[in-house]
Structure formats: C-alpha cells, structure tokens
Design a protein around this ligand. Sequence first.
Ligand SMILES: C[S@@+](CC[C@H](N)C(=O)[O-])C[C@H]1O[C@@H](n2cnc3c(N)ncnc32)[C@H](O)[C@@H]1O
Length: 273
Amino acid sequence: MTSRAAARRPVGTVTRGTTNPNRLRRMDRWIAATHGSELRRAADPVAVDLGYGAAPWTAVELLHRLRTVAPRARVVGVEIEPARVAAALPYERPGLVFRHGGFEIPIPQRPLLVRAANVLRQYAEGEVEAVWQRLCGRLAPADPATGVRGGLLVEGTCDEIGRRHVWVALGPEGPRTVTFATRLGSLERPSDLAERLPKALIHRNVPGEPVHAFLRDFDRAWAAAAPYASYGARQRWIRAVRDLTADWPVADGPVRWRQGEVTVRWEALAPRG
Ligand SMILES: C[S@@+](CC[C@H](N)C(=O)[O-])C[C@H]1O[C@@H](n2cnc3c(N)ncnc32)[C@H](O)[C@@H]1O
C-alpha cells in the first residue's frame, strides 16, 4: 500500500453494526436540551454521528431532534464499514450526508457535536483515553471571551431498544459529566444501569472504585425512597436523586430528573489510578 493510501485509511476497527430505530432517543433529547444553545449560535452547526451502524436510523433521528432546537443544524454520519456507508446513501437529504471514515472524522469542519453511541464498547478499555483525546481534539474550540463552550463529544452505551443508557460528555478540554438515563417503569434499582456503563467505567464497577460507590449509594437512596413509589417511579427517582446530592456532585436538576436522568460531574466518578 502506498503511503498516501495508508494516510487515508480510517482510524479504528470495524465492529458489529447493531442498531435500532429510536434507540438513542434519550441521548438525542439530552443533547438537544443541554447543547442546543451552543448549536443555535454557531455559524455552521455541524454534528457527527460516528459509527451509526448497519442502518442510518440514528443519524436521521439526530438531525430531526437537533433541528427542533437549532434549525440550521447539519448531521454527517461517519462509518468505518464501507458497505454501511453505501447502504446509507439513499437516506441523504438536505442537512444529512454520509461519509466513510473513522476517529479522524473526515470532514473539513471542527464539529459542534460528535456522538459515538455503542462504538467504544467493542474496543479495549486501554484504547479509550487515546480515542477521547483524538475526538476532543477535533471539536470546535471554546472561546472564553464570548462564553462559547465549544464542541461536545457524547460517548456511551445503551441496551438494544434504548431503555437504559449511560454516557460521558466531554468538551475540548476533556471529560465533563456522566449521565445515567432510564425508562423508570422498567427499573428495579439504579444499579441495573451498571451493565450499560461506557467502556471507561464498566470494568471499574468494583469495590474501591468511585462508580461502584456511586451506584451503591444510589441503590440505598432508591431503597430509602420506596414510600414515594406509591406516587409513581418518577417521584421515587426524584427523591432518591435529591438525597444523592448530599454526597455527590449532581450537575443537573429536577427538570432533567423528571425524565429519568441524572448527571454527575466526571471527576467524582473517574477511575482511580
Ligand atoms: C454497535 S454499532 C452502533 C450503531 C449506532 N451508533 C447505535 O448506537 O445504534 C457500532 C458501529 O460503529 C462502527 N465503528 C466502530 N469503530 C468505528 C470508528 N473508529 N469510526 C467509525 N465507525 C466505527 C462499527 O463499524 C459499527 O457499525
């Protein structure tokens, strides 16, 4: 292979292409709610759906949901498996294109958003840090003079139909938060979400690690909030999260908790050592 061909080779590895319509709705809604103002005020709000899988549903849905808060938003679906790019091309439309590529992100712009859902799950834990750094390095930069926070990388994992979801949000400077999002009616206890932790955390759900302590405390708060179950799982969740705020740096409030979400500062859950 010539050096030019090697230079064009996408960065990363082809993995299983499993996806489903509406699977990433919780992540899409959170992005629209928390990142909408950054997308709205950007001159060219480009979002990347990195590793959209065997069918381009999640990219189509991301475009629709972002446009509800930022009408000029555009989405580029990037996939490392060429046949999945060919299969997606008929779905191109104004504001949505598909490109063959990998973690290098083969577009000229610095994106306002990179969403990588269920992509790193199939990589090794030791690869995550370097991938995060590479992707954060591609994000639109922050501008403290104007208060612009820059692009956002949202990287996480969910079940097949999107009922349980955990993701890390990172800015150009690095990791910011971890969000847990669930369909409350299907939840027995908050630690049910452990099996959907992103790659950086899933192997750290063991005694001595912060994420393990967090899920233990969350289960305790959930048990203590059992009397609120008679008002519904949502009221119980809100009560449990309110209790958690005494010991954990919860970064959001009741408007998000009502959705079956809670967002915690990354520093509190980051792996030890
Ligand atoms: C399990 S699918 C996820 C599909 C979709 N994001 C979802 O959550 O439903 C993972 C996809 O990521 C792709 N992928 C893996 N590494 C990649 C990389 N470095 N760049 C682009 N796509 C990648 C795989 O080829 C696969 O199609």
